[in-house]
Design a protein around this ligand. Structure first.
Ligand code: SAH
Length: 351
């Protein structure tokens, strides 16, 4: 079988049958860009080649198992890989009219951040480029009925994108390439817990790509307590990587700070954060904490503390936004994606 997501392989299949490779582009355009079903995409081919193409082309590496509406503009999709792993993607219909898709890069995650449901179940599998892209195709298919399509893609679903760099870079190339989905690189954002060399490599390859660091705490001990990976990738190494990224990327970087009561929101946290950010052109995104069942002791910061943090950062000259998470009613908000994995919130469906 050949994958519809591999342009070269697909063209090769048409060539091997002495067909014009433009037929490969026709199928890909129908399936990837127009959001048509496999049957509809095959119908765009001449009748003499369509049946063989139907047998040879693999369209969906992921099977859509469930779709749950949060009621706030978010839709959570539960998808299954051929290997039987479950991953989630979340469609976010934002009030401004923007449609964003939050995609997963791995089934599970090895980072085991204390506050995140995905890590509580450990890593099950890396997703391939095709499996990452198929999340977008499934999302666009359901959005077509609403006259919408995905305009922004954020790698903030399950997994650590920089632990699966090749597949993620392949997906970014296809998302932003003219023969693929043709999204602006400015509309694609990769969020990482912080793997310095991979971050710089990604910025070199895609200078206009949005990059975000989940910093959360600039106090070394506190960051280690929340994010065990800090032992391997220290704050000074992350700071140096951000500086390199900033030199490559005119848009600068986003720094995400999870607002946890008494853990990341005290005056000492603010002081450490300002020290870490000094000299960077960072956009700071404050993230209100979403409850996770495996860590009931963690509490969100009060809205007053978040406002005070934002004001202090702004006064220091940084651009600051506070995330408004959608999907909380169906465990589809940031940090809640677990798809039955240990410690996560179960799917709210009838099963
Ligand atoms: N592994 C990547 C991307 C996935 S998480 C990363 O760490 O960035 C996407 C964002 O959601 C990250 O900033 C992450 O720290 C945040 N997040 C994780 N758990 C959360 C929770 N319980 N509430 C709010 N945000 C959370």
């Amino acid at each position: 079988m050949v994958s519809v997501y591999d342009a070269a392989e697909l063209e090769g299949w048409f060539r091997s049958r002495r067909r014009n490779p433009s037929e490969a582009r026709r199928v890909r355009h129908a399936f990837l860009k127009r959001g048509l079903t496999p049957a509809e995409a095959l119908a765009a081919l001449p009748a003499e080649v369509a049946p063989a193409a139907d047998e040879a082309i693999r369209f969906h590496p992921l099977t859509l198992r469930e779709r749950v509406e949060a009621g706030d503009g978010a839709t959570k999709l539960l998808l299954e890989t051929a290997g039987g792993d479950l991953v989630e993607a979340v469609v976010l219909r934002i009030a401004s009219g923007r449609t964003t898709l939050c995609v997963s890069s791995q089934a599970g995650c090895a980072a085991r951040c204390s506050f995140c449901a995905t890590g509580a179940g450990g890593l099950r599998a890396n997703l391939s480029t095709a499996e990452i892209l198929d999340q977008l195709t499934h999302a666009n298919r359901l959005l077509r009925a609403e006259g919408r399509r995905v305009r922004n893609v954020v790698f903030m679903g399950m997994g650590e994108p920089l632990h699966n760099l090749d597949a993620v870079a392949g997906a970014v190339a296809e998302l932003t390439g003219p023969a693929g989905y043709a999204l602006s690189p400015a509309h694609v954002l990769v969020s990482t817990v912080g793997v310095p060399d991979a971050l710089v490599r990604l910025a070199r390859r895609f200078p206009r790509l949005g990059l975000a660091l989940s910093l959360h705490s600039a106090r070394p001990e506190q960051r280690r307590a929340l994010i065990p990976l800090t032992v391997k990738h220290t704050l000074p190494a992350l700071r140096a990587a951000l500086e390199e990224v900033q030199a490559l990327n005119p848009r600068g970087v986003m720094v995400e700070v999870l607002m946890l009561h008494e853990q990341t929101d005290t005056p000492a946290d603010l002081e450490a954060l300002l020290g870490f950010l000094s000299g960077l052109q960072a956009h700071v995104n404050l993230i209100p904490f979403n409850a996770v069942s495996h860590a009931p002791e963690l509490r969100p910061s009060s809205p007053e503390r978040i406002r005070a943090f934002a004001a202090a950062l702004r006064a220091a000259g940084f651009r600051v936004t506070t995330r408004r998470s959608l999907g909380g009613s169906v465990a589809g908000a940031c940090g809640q994606l677990a798809s039955y994995a240990g410690g996560g919130t179960p799917w709210p469906s009838s099963r």
